[in-house]
Write a protein that binds this ligand. Structure first.
Ligand code: SF4
Ligand code: SF4
Length: 288
């Protein structure tokens, strides 16, 4: 099984639309949405929920008042002012730093898991799909991304491909998205920040020695910057395998929950097919 992760320097570059389109074009695959901070692949890939689990990505303090001797040491040490005068913990202020537990002379303070999200596995007509949702205000983490990928692996049968909608940026969520994959496809738009962000995400892929490819979305909105991005990629030795034009009809299609494939937007679908073929050629070449 080959794992292909689609990443970007920032959100909104169109990588989820690309993955959703490929989910209709590629046979015998599984899907994962590792963009846990802003998951949206589920809006384009629907199915029946077959597994739902709570995710605990944080801890908060809990005071056992049976053991508490109200010495006040925990309040003194709490930088986040999360402990009230009657020694109750404010869950919205507690950062789980454990300082209160360290100073507590009676072991009254403990740290407990707090639910920060849910993970889901959905059975779709395009294959098994693993994704997650964070509680409002909760922060994404590499641990949750790893959980999404692990859940998918639990349902693996004899699929040939895993298509991963990765996290944007260069933080730990991206590293967790990339780790163990066969290929990275970085999706960028031809803007000055898009060019800069692309350079950063390609550096992350380089660092983890995962072969990279680039897809430029809406390339025709700024042909000069598109050429500059292509030149950057040539210098890096990273092939540009996709150039997808801007198609105004995409907005309406996405609003209706349709991928470009379902909306028959051939100006987008043809480059996506060509991109996939180049990935297959690379992964199936004898040199690989
Ligand atoms: S440090 Fe421990 S014993 Fe002292 S007030 Fe806090 S919880 Fe109670
Ligand atoms: S875990 Fe840290 S933030 Fe939370 S109550 Fe204890 S000292 Fe304060």
């Amino acid at each position: 099984m080959r794992q292909i992760v689609f990443i970007s320097g920032k959100g909104g570059t169109g990588k989820s639309t690309l993955v959703a389109s490929l989910s209709l074009l590629v046979r015998n695959k599984m899907l994962a949405d590792c963009d846990v901070d802003a998951p949206n692949l589920h809006l384009l890939v629907k199915g029946n929920l077959i597994q739902k689990q709570d995710y605990s990505g944080a801890k908060i303090a809990r005071n056992n008042m049976d053991l508490c001797i109200t010495c006040g040491k925990c309040r003194e040490v709490c930088r986040f002012h999360a402990i009230s005068e009657d020694y109750e913990i404010d869950p919205l202020k507690c950062e789980g730093c454990a300082a209160c537990r360290v100073v507590c002379p009676t072991d009254a303070m403990d740290l407990v898991d707090v639910k920060t999200g849910e993970t889901y596995v959905t059975q779709t007509d395009r294959g098994t799909f693993s994704h997650a949702r964070l509680e409002i205000g909760a922060e994404g983490s590499g641990k949750l991304v790893t959980e999404v990928r692990k859940n998918l692996a639990d349902f693996q049968q004899d699929e040939d491909w895993v298509l991963i909608d990765g996290s944007p940026g260069i933080g730990c969520v991206v590293i967790a998205s990339i780790t163990g994959t066969d290929v990275v496809v970085a999706v960028a738009e031809p803007t000055p920040t898009g060019r800069h962000d692309l350079d950063r995400v390609l550096s992350v892929a380089d660092h983890f020695r995962v072969p990279s490819f680039v897809c430029i979305n809406k390339y025709d909105l700024n042909l000069t910057l598109t050429e500059e991005i292509i030149s950057d990629c040539q210098k890096r030795g990273v092939p540009v395998i996709g150039r997808i034009p801007y198609e105004p009809a995409i907005v309406k299609a996405l609003q209706q929950g349709q991928t470009p494939v379902e909306a028959h937007l051939e100006s987008i679908v043809e480059p996506i097919k060509a991109l996939w073929q180049q990935l297959v050629n690379f992964l199936e070449s004898p040199k690989k």
